[in-house]
Design a protein around this ligand. Structure first.
Ligand code: NAD
Ligand code: UDX
Length: 481
């Protein structure tokens, strides 16, 4: 029995695009239409250069596009035809008014709900896929039901998305779990079952979890808070390692081998980035404050504060090592995306590192294999980074080749863990840099011993590397330590 034949998704971004592409790929009998108010984005989805980069995505899009996968700006038609509608618009941190800097801005979710209420001529299952505060489904429900036409009824579900960027396609094809929250009424349970039926086309039923709506909404915030907390925990210990001679990788391994703790997400780094972690934790903190739970709010706020500390600490270390001045020094930045295998720069730690170096007068040569120059300039000239965009434009060059970026540079700063950084010719790089040549590995991906042997001064996160260590590894006995 075919329970659903047409699905509409409002919002063709990092979530809506890949999610519906994989759904179309796995459900050839369902017609998926992804709509967006941005004509530019839709045009890109219909072209050979998709608006976002994800490994494997283009192949899937090419295979299903204009068969059962459509990208369109005709939002009303797509709403009218669909039996089920995903809302997967952005829910950024509010930058104005009440809750500014913390609360999630639900304006776009509300716009989408109003559009559905205005257009729908038949009953719909409306699925909240955007990450939202607890009880947001209730607001959507109010808007829909207050504008309900006769013979039209709405079921509202919460179905948060857990994909990570850079691995979106793999995560969607083979998710750890799919979470569906709904009203615990006959109608609500029937709607849950219908959405579950769609996922069962390719996901084993035991991995599809259903809960009440509020649990589902809170679980999404909780999952991101837990993941980010692990990173802040290991990053806090990285500072202890640098001060004591312990090695954070060894500590992470020893701790992670405890099966109760587990080894994933314990990679110390310059700090976490991405559009979700900070936004969702701030949102959680804001909710806790609203519920008069200040201790809980403070607990989670610390995960963000530790991340800010880590980004700043790493940047300060660069300046300190370069004899406390980077003024007019060329510094090559390797990687600008917030993680490898994506061109996304939202909340990337590279922005903080670049901001601090620019404030100290450095000249930056930035190389990232996937981020467009235009994006880097737009990030670094934004009001939160500088009051003087012209100064930034003078001080920053974006290079399309890493070897050009390092010419006459005093230092290389690794901000993103792109695989290709591991296989560059560091002998050649050393040759074209100023001496002493420094490498600051904010991602712990390079072979530090090998780099030291070439002659680099190497600094990384959570491990003291000194020249004496280098002599020891050469088999010489240092006279001074
Ligand atoms: P995005 O900014 O990439 O995409 C959102 C899209 O929605 C934009 O293209 C925008 O033009 C469109 N839009 C906004 N309002 C609209 C409207 N009224 N009608 C039509 N289109 C509209 O955002 P994203 O990264 O895809 O995130 C979407 C949601 O998913 C957010 O709530 C986010 O927290 C959540 N989420 C994101 C990720 C991720 O990895 N990016 C993972 C899980 C969950
Ligand atoms: C995250 C969640 O993982 C995903 O489930 C949710 O749906 C959206 O938010 P994403 O932000 O795309 O996904 O990437 P993620 O892999 O979680 O990485 C986030 C940041 O943490 C990156 O900057 C990454 O480099 C950093 N990170 C991750 C670490 O510094 N150390 C780690 O051990 C893991």
């Amino acid at each position: 029995e075919l329970k659903i034949t047409k699905i509409c998704c409002i919002g063709a971004g990092y979530v809506g695009g890949p999610t519906c592409s994989v759904m179309a790929y796995k459900c050839p009998n369902i017609r998926m239409t992804v709509v967006d108010k941005s004509a530019e984005r839709i045009e890109a989805w219909n072209s050979d250069k998709l608006p976002i980069y994800e490994p494997g995505l283009f192949e899937i899009v090419k295979e299903r596009r204009n068969k059962n996968l459509f990208f369109s700006t005709d939002i009303p038609t797509a709403i009218r035809e669909a039996e089920l509608i995903f809302i997967s618009v952005n829910t950024p941190t509010k930058n104005f008014g009440n809750g500014r800097g913390r609360a999630a801005d639900l304006k776009y979710v509300e716009d989408a709900a109003r559009m559905i209420a205005e257009t729908a001529q038949s009953s719909k299952i409306v699925v909240e896929k955007s990450t939202v505060p607890v009880r947001a489904a209730e607001s959507i429900m109010h808007i829909l039901r207050a504008n309900q036409k006769a013979d039209v009824r709405y079921d509202i579900l919460s179905n948060p998305e857990f994909l990570a960027e850079g691995t979106a396609v793999a995560d969607l094809i083979n998710p750890d779990r799919v979470l569906i929250g709904g009203e615990q009424t006959d109608d609500g349970l029937r709607a849950i079952e219908t959405l579950s039926w769609v996922y069962e086309r390719w996901i084993p039923k035991e991995r599809i979890l259903s809960t009440n709506t509020w649990s589902s909404e809170l679980s999404k915030l909780a999952a991101n808070a837990f993941l980010a907390q692990r990173i802040s925990s290991i990053n806090s210990l990285s500072a202890v390692c640098e001060a004591t001679g312990a090695d954070v990788s060894e500590v992470a391994k020893a701790v992670g081998l405890d099966s109760r703790i587990g080894s994933k997400f314990l990679q110390a780094s310059v700090g976490f980035g991405g559009s979700c972690f900070q936004k969702d934790i701030l949102n959680l903190v804001y909710i806790c404050e609203g519920l008069n739970l200040p201790e809980v709010a403070a607990y989670w706020q610390q995960v963000i504060d530790m991340n800010e500390y880590q980004k700043t600490r790493f940047s300060q270390k660069i300046i300190e090592c370069l004899f406390n001045t980077v003024s007019d020094k060329r510094i090559a930045i390797f990687g600008f995306a917030f993680k490898k295998n994506t061109g996304d720069t939202r909340e990337t730690p590279a922005i903080t590192v670049c901001k601090i170096l620019l404030e100290e007068g450095a000249k930056l040569e930035i190389y990232d294999p996937k981020v467009e120059a235009e994006q880097i300039f737009s990030d670094l000239t934004s009001a939160s980074v500088t009051e003087n965009p012209e100064f930034v434009r003078q001080a920053v060059k974006v290079q399309s080749d890493p070897y050009t970026a390092v010419e006459r540079a005093h230092a290389i700063v690794v901000c993103t863990e792109w695989d290709e950084f591991q296989s560059l010719d560091y002998n050649k790089i050393y040759g074209s840099m100023m001496k002493p040549a420094y490498i600051f590995d904010g991602r712990k991906i390079l072979d530090h011993d090998a780099l030291q042997k070439i002659g680099f001064h190497v600094q990384t996160i959570g491990k003291k590397l000194n020249r004496a260590g280098l002599l020891r590894s050469w088999g010489q006995i240092p006279q001074f330590n």
